[in-house]
Ligand binder design. Sequence first.
Ligand code: CA
Length: 369
Amino acid sequence: MKIARLDAFQLQWSPSDKPDQRSAFLRVYTDDGRVGIGEASPMRGGVASLAILKHHIASAVIGADPLDHAIIQDRLVHGLVKLGPEGALTGALAALDIALWDLKGKLLGQPIYKLIGGAWHTDLPFYASIGHNGERNVDEVCRVVEQRMKDGPAAVKIRFDNDRTCQDIDIPGDIAKARAVRRLVGEDYPLAFDANNGYSVGGAIRVGRMLEELGYWWFEEPVQHYHVKRMGEVARALDITVSAGEQTYSLAGVADLIEAGVRMVQPDIVKMGGITGLLRCAALCQAHGVELVPHQTQPTIGHMANLHVCAAQLQSTKPCELDDPSSRRHVVFVNPPKPVGGLFHLPDAPGLGLELIDKEIDRLRVATE
Ligand code: CA
């Protein structure tokens, strides 16, 4: 079996979507008629990753054996290092890796979670990840949390998504929102707080101490992601678990976070390494006694790939992230990845276990160049 062709394309889920809300998918065709599917990071619509797949990766992998996915990835990340190596390049490589694992599963007739050692659980709880709370008032934050609680999440995370060029914009306001949500959900319900890199070290420690008092479960990305030592300083200063890593694109970067003192890391399967990369992160976390709770905001192919890996990990200690519960991105799947009764059920079909509807893909795909 050899790779015969790559089809990298963008999907526009609805005419009213902004270009940033589109998804970047990949189909890898083999010479014996199989097809594997993958997804790149959708940041800015994934356009840059799609271009790298078309212009730099396709010609390099045609004729390769899909089962050599790890060698293909390491060869490409080094060969194309000057295109990145972080962000668009690793997103493109992630899409390729996920598609090759999907092919591997289809060739061997096994779901991916079986190929990587088996699942601890095939019914997986999720947490509701709720963005843009910086721009809401306290009451609006509570209303949106109430709404998402109806889906039966195992936990709720409130994200602030403030202007990344500013720090400590409204610490009293943020604390007021955290307190109001605690009051709303009750004393024991699991909550997380995502600063989206919005604080100085001092501001982060102040907010973190309040979150400890309010019984929050974890405190995510308190300071700028590129200030790895400062992230570690905040983590070491607080009792609450401080998490980071959704903007980390290499295994060495995850190791730096761990060394700095971060005890829960959140690499994203569609941003770094795909399934191969996340498995390497899992080994790193297991070796260091660090929690692996991947970032994942695409309720499509990336989400399912993430579930296969998380289900198989000892260090995957918290529910999986679910950002957008709307079904608009499910129309291209025969069996879309969506929770039932508060749980995602891992399919036991070969590969990712997802089946695309080609007619819907053709209807929604848009030209990117
Ligand atoms: Ca986050």
